[in-house]
Design a protein around this ligand. Structure first.
Ligand SMILES: Nc1nc2c(c(=O)[nH]1)N[C@H]1C(S)=C(S)[C@@H](COP(=O)(O)OP(=O)(O)OC[C@H]3O[C@@H](n4cnc5c(N)ncnc54)[C@H](O)[C@@H]3O)O[C@H]1N2
Ligand code: MOO
Length: 406
């Protein structure tokens, strides 16, 4: 007997995923491993920055009291390299040669750039300063940050610039949200592995690497990618094993109504079935369920449907896990070419977009067939054609997701 499924819309399915409570786990990791990780607490300045008065130029430090009647000779009482300090004070008409980034003597008021000075013949301990300068060329202590100031807010995805800022305050570790651990299970007795010889009736497992790369690019950890023949016991054993050490499992294929579509049965018997039939194409069989506290996405085996389902449902959830919005940008775009087919279901098509005079324009990118994979490399967006008896007129506004990594 063919099991009847209750179809829901794309938006209803997305809302069910948004309603799922996700764990809030924080871990401490080395700064060197933190690029693209998401900060779990505000990072604050541990002290004033810079924490000493710094020279902005190579030159000579002088007192305010001596800043007049140029040109005149100064007695050079020391040389301050970047990294060194200067003990004591400058006296009348005394100066210290100073390097960019070096500690400025406490009673110096200005650094005169080297270009404004001349050596004094036969007097190695003297320098002639030709003119004064309007600016003091000194970066005051605490001028960029006061102790306790917010450096980077919690919830920010760290990048090389942010990590350099934390490092400037001596940080070696950082508290970030834990990334979800994701196992990928591709199913199908027809699947070959890359390196196998082509065989009649068989196809290469192209969705395995597709999903693995998409998961990794979304900021999650791929723990393993396995390939199983269609076998109910084998599937159950592997799911039981993977549930123990993963937050999420993404399966692919075997979720329709065929005799070997065992994932459909597994989903139906799970602790919480979220959805197993969508009022949309491609990917009408896209399924999500929770079993033993592990979220399982069962994506369609058809490559176009697998790709679309990942971006619509899986990617936003993986991003929410690490407190980030989806990397897809939702916009309204105008149809640049009529999509001539009419359909009883909403369609989410693989497209390409252009920005013309400030408006996004979108059109189908090659094939709309669920099993097609030739357009995945060049697809830059997904867009929705709502179900209708008439084709949408040219320039109609359509919901569009501009895809990341494009
Ligand atoms: N009687 C019905 N048949 C089908 C229905 C239906 O409603 N009634 N739905 C069709 C639709 S729509 C879709 S989509 C597919 C979904 O099927 P599954 O998700 O169960 O996937 P499979 O049947 O396992 O495979 C579909 C297709 O994709 C190829 N495939 C599978 N895995 C991979 C992989 N890792 N890499 C590349 N290609 C893969 C597979 O060989 C099939 O050609 O069901 C329709 N049938
Ligand atoms: O669900 Mo299927 O609509 O052909 O991808």
């Amino acid at each position: 007997m063919l099991e009847r499924r209750k179809p829901i819309t794309l938006e209803e399915a997305q809302a069910k995923l948004v309603a799922l409570k996700l764990p809030q786990q924080v871990e401490t990791i080395a700064i060197s491993d933190a690029n693209h990780r998401v900060l779990a607490e505000d990072a604050l300045a541990a002290y004033d920055y810079p924490n000493f008065r710094r020279s902005g130029y190579d030159g000579y430090a002088i007192r305010d009291a001596d800043d007049h009647d140029f040109p005149k000779n100064f007695h050079v009482v020391g040389e301050i390299q970047a990294g060194a300090t200067f003990d004591g004070d400058l006296g009348e008409n005394e100066t210290a040669r100073i390097m960019t980034g070096a500690f400025v003597p406490d009673n110096a008021a200005k650094v005169i750039m080297l270009e404004q000075t001349r050596s004094v013949p036969d007097q190695p301990d003297a320098v002639k300063i030709m003119v004064s300068q309007d600016r003091d060329n000194i970066t005051p202590a605490g001028s960029e940050f006061k102790a306790g100031a917010l450096l980077i807010a919690a919830g920010t995805e760290l990048n090389p610039g942010g990590l350099s800022l934390l490092t400037a305050f001596g940080a070696t570790e950082v508290n970030v949200y834990r990334q979800p651990r994701v196992a990928i299970v591709t199913t199908g007795t027809e699947l070959l592995q890359s390196g196998d010889a082509p065989q009649p009736g068989k196809i290469f497992n192209s969705n395995g690497p597709l999903i693995a790369n998409l998961v990794a690019e979304s900021g999650a950890i791929v723990t393993e990618t396995i390939q199983l023949i269609d076998d109910f016991e084998l599937l159950q054993t592997n799911l039981e094993r993977l549930k123990k050490t993963n937050d999420l499992i993404i399966t692919d294929g075997g979720v329709s109504v065929g005799d070997f579509d065992y994932l459909a049965t597994t989903a139906r018997d799970s602790d919480q079935l979220l959805f197993n039939k969508l009022k949309m194409r491609p990917g009408s069989v896209t399924t999500a369920f929770v079993d033993d506290d592990t979220l399982i996405f069962a994506l369609s085996g058809n490559p176009g449907a697998c790709y679309t389902g990942f971006y619509l449902f899986t990617e936003p959830l993986l991003r929410r896990w690490v407190h980030q919005p989806s990397r897809s940008q939702k916009v309204s775009a105008r149809l640049a070419r009529v999509y001539p087919k009419t359909n009883g279901y909403d369609k989410v098509l693989r497209g390409v977009y252009q920005l013309v005079d400030g408006h996004y324009q979108v059109q189908l990118n090659g094939s709309d067939v669920s099993g097609a994979l030739g357009n995945l490399q060049s697809t830059t967006c997904l867009f929705k054609i709502p179900h209708s008896h008439e084709p949408l007129p040219l320039h109609s506004e359509v919901e569009t997701w501009l895809l990341p990594f494009k």
